[in-house]
Design a protein around this ligand. Sequence first.
Ligand code: PLP
Length: 265
Amino acid sequence: MSGRGPSRVRALSVAGTDPTGGAGVQADLKSFAAHGAYGMAVVTALVAQNTHGVRAVHVPDVAFLRAQLDAVGDDVTVDAVKLGMLGTRDVVEEVAAWLRRTRPPVVVLDPVMVATSGDRLLDAGAEQAVRALVARADLVTPNLPELGVLLDERRAPSWAAAVDQARRLARSAGVTVLLKGGHLDDDVSPDAVVDARTVVELEAVRVSTTSTHGTGCSLSAAVAALRPRRPDWVSAARDAKEWLTGAIAAGEALQVGSGRGPVDH
Ligand code: PLP
């Protein structure tokens, strides 16, 4: 071993699966690789889904989740974690307990709740546990509907109102928020990095395409992979967003599925 530290960021995804490779841990691993990280994955839920939607979800017993988390943590130094689909309250609480035992230096929480297809990926009874988990993360990456749920408020009616909500969440939970504006009806798709004191907007032209399956997963994994070697969240988020815009634009050419296809990682 050289004394210089690892050649790559060791990044772990804790998330559900997508056997068609567009979302979940499969997308996270591709996103990690695209950003030069060494990817690892702990599976929270097995999801039978494709580009049209979710057919079935199987959540293994939490004891098995704990065994996976400990198998990684007992052996490997984790530089960054991305938390994605957690599914049930038991899973959320198990992950929170693991974060109390092993606190990796970078924790990104993508508060996955409902797939774009409309299928629920988080039990309604788990929302309170996810609210509590936010304070254990360094960065949380909600879209507008998820931000409303995290604050137990209505979805913000405008971008300005959403930025205000994000600022309140940043203050109350002591977390940085990467707010995603993809749900706005607009020809731009702004995102913003919001902490207790500052708001930095990251503008991007909206790409007109149906290939947006798994964009949230891919973005949060990219930011997690980049952050250990970037000076701050703004720099990591800006590079991740620029990469994602290109990946979305290249998605249709993959010709994967006849529904909402994946981005090209
Ligand atoms: N499936 C899994 C396992 C996920 O983690 C996510 C993440 O957000 C999705 C599906 C949602 O994908 P989308 O809403 O982009 O279709």
